[in-house]
Design a binder for this molecule. Sequence first.
Ligand code: ZN
Length: 512
Amino acid sequence: MKKITKIALSLILVIAMMLTVACTVVGGDNTGTSSGSQSQTGTNSGSQSQTGSNSQTGSNGSQNPSTQESIVTIDFYVMNDLHGMIEDSDTQPGVDEFTTYMFERYADTAAHEVLLSSGDMWQGSVESSSNKGALMTEWMNYVGFEAMTLGNHEYDWGGDAIVENAKNAEFPFLGINILVDGEPAPYCQPSVILERGGVKIGVIGAMGDVLSSISGEFTDDLYFVKGAELTLAVQKEAARLRNDENCDIVVYSLHEGFEDGYDTILSNKNSGRGYVDIVFEGHSHSRYKKIDEYGVYHIQGGGYNQAISYARFVVDRVNDSVRIQNPGYLTNNVYSSSTLTDDPIVDTLMDKYFPDSDPYNDILGYNRTYRSENAIVSKVAQLYLEKGLEFWGDDYQIVLGGGYLNTRKPYDLDAGNLTYADIFTILPFDNDLILGKIKGSDLTRNFIEKSTYTNAINGNLCDNIVSTQYYYIVVDSYTAFYSWNNITIVDRIPGLYARDLLSDFVAENGWA
Ligand SMILES: [Zn+2]
């Protein structure tokens, strides 16, 4: 069997990450009832201060500062892209120490805390994915998340799983730009208002421009408002929160990070203060603290519990000022340090969801040598072809198995015994096996010549592809539903995923 293996960086994902929401800054004025101008100073190098009048009429303006704290300190902790990593592993800490860390912060009465998520919390580990995020949602309730912006991977099991988790979550899901059948998604809301020490905080959440990162079979009714339209919606919501709801602080939690493209910055040029005070981002798993031309910080805390975003807001109610101190990210040696005791919640949830110990950690078989991502997806492509031939080979001449295949962190497999959990972690996607029909010209262009696809060819059947003829291939549902590929779906095996094929293969005789 001739195999063509062409692995490169997953182009589609990279493109999705790099797509930035297009720019429109609408002048406008969000000062509303604000009693004065605001000035903002500070540089990228350290702490930033926002000074000037921030007082507003309404309930806040009429409050007597003497009856409450005159200076209110609020610490924001924002987790993104945890990807279900609840348990300690070789590559990242679990969330038990972080839970202890947050409870210690809550116990400190000198400051107030707000814990948020910028999305992609559920999918990724067998412990979380096997219950579609239910376990993770319970943990988020326990540790006190106040809101979660939905990420693209929250859609990995379709919208139904989000609806289910929304029923159990004691905090709202946010997504100002998520439309289902043209209407705002019923399972999330544009923003939430919180209060700490008499300070009102508006939190706006948005999905980025990441529709193509969701399997096409779940996106028929789904649309994420983007570009100038999204900018406008966020500006409007921020103005409403400040002017109608008298929020002192407006925070923006955006699943897709802007990285280097700050085109869409939400500025109010009249006052010099952004429509939002800070942006917490996610999706690319990068760590950064950047400041845009309007002085608004953009922070992302990596992913997989390696780091979390952090910023302290100091609200001076007497002098009507809001300052941001120490914006940036905390690495897990701070919040998961060995000096922190393990909160029992992880063990409690594991016992609840996996009462008969964790069957996923039974040894399947022995892997003789180190396997790179390339080696793993080449094997998966071959297993696709073999399974396809077994299921459909009598009725269809299948020429190829494979498609857009990649692994997730830690991406590769070391030599030694393998468990289902090991294989699940690198192949977490719930993508069904599909028999597809494709025109020869598309087969050549979209598969055989596509460097980001990994293919296993059936004998020499791909040697002389006729561009006008149709062919049968075996791919996963992400590849099959990706509209650019022009695949007609002929049949599918529901519930059979790449990780299952590889696990069965390893369990049979090990990986020699
Ligand atoms: Zn994402």
